[in-house]
Design a protein around this ligand. Structure first.
Ligand code: MG
Ligand code: MG
Length: 246
């Protein structure tokens, strides 16, 4: 779907709130802090900006952010988990302003982290930017996944298959999906006004996953680390415009 100039303006506003949630939670990450406390920090930003949460009550999800440490890939429920020196933590944030959605995620280290963890974070973020660079009108959507996969696999990592990016607008998850790998076909042709969430999930080991008994937390099957980066981006006449940057 293509969004009007007025709709894109509302999505810019939602994106700014999400960017502020990133800044505030990043600043709160340190050993000893719980993921529940990060959720409170994010909820305070939503309240301060008069926005609404798109995560809270989404299929019953009980928080305004997802917090996924170490071998958890995505969808972790914030709570009692205490961040420890050497952890990595993926934080996924979203907000609604005037009916329009923003959605973005990052992975950060807690204190000193291993070389492998640092490299995984760096490569995952770089793979996201390689995907975003494909969002030019006239290009085909699945070039995003091809670019993401190429960066991740060149570094010896793997790209999660079961969870993907998505179009976004008046709902958080709209069609079409945005795979983070080449799915075997080029996909739709990009037009100005389309808006997507590009969100690679990159595993240090294999891409296989399983879901925790809570029905939410998605884990790497082999117990190795996973990282996740995401932005909400519009296809414009001047190229990709990232709405969820500070
Ligand atoms: Mg998303
Ligand atoms: Mg997200």
């Amino acid at each position: 779907m293509r969004r009007s100039a007025d709709e894109l303006n509302k999505m810019r506003k939602a994106g700014k709130v999400v960017a502020e949630m990133h800044e505030a939670t990043r600043a709160a990450i340190r050993p000893g802090v719980t993921t529940g406390q990060l959720n409170e920090v994010a909820a305070a930003v939503i309240a301060k900006r008069g926005a609404r949460s798109n995560f809270l009550n989404y299929h019953g999800f009980p928080a305004v952010i997802c917090t996924s440490p170490n071998d958890m890939i995505v969808h972790g429920i914030p709570g009692e988990y205490v961040l420890r020196e050497g952890d990595i933590i993926s934080v996924d944030c979203g907000a609604i302003v005037e009916g329009y959605h923003g959605d973005a995620a990052y992975t950060a280290g807690v204190g000193e982290i291993s070389d492998l963890a640092a490299r995984l974070i760096e490569v995952t973020e770089r793979s996201m930017w390689a995907g975003i660079e494909q969002l030019h009108k006239g290009n085909r959507l699945h070039e995003v996944g091809r670019a993401v996969q190429s960066v991740a696999e060149a570094a010896g990592f793997s790209v999660v298959r079961e969870y993907v990016g998505h179009a976004i607008g008046t709902a958080m998850h709209e069609s079409p999906q945005v795979p983070n790998y080449w799915p075997g076909s080029p996909g739709p042709t990009l037009k100005e006004g389309m808006v997507f969430a590009v969100e690679p999930m990159v595993n240090a080991g294999s891409y296989e996953t399983y879901v925790l008994d809570d029905g939410w937390g998605v884990m790497t099957r082999d117990g190795q680390l996973s990282a996740h980066f995401e932005h909400t981006i519009a296809v414009t006449d001047d190229g990709p415009e990232v709405f969820t940057l500070a």
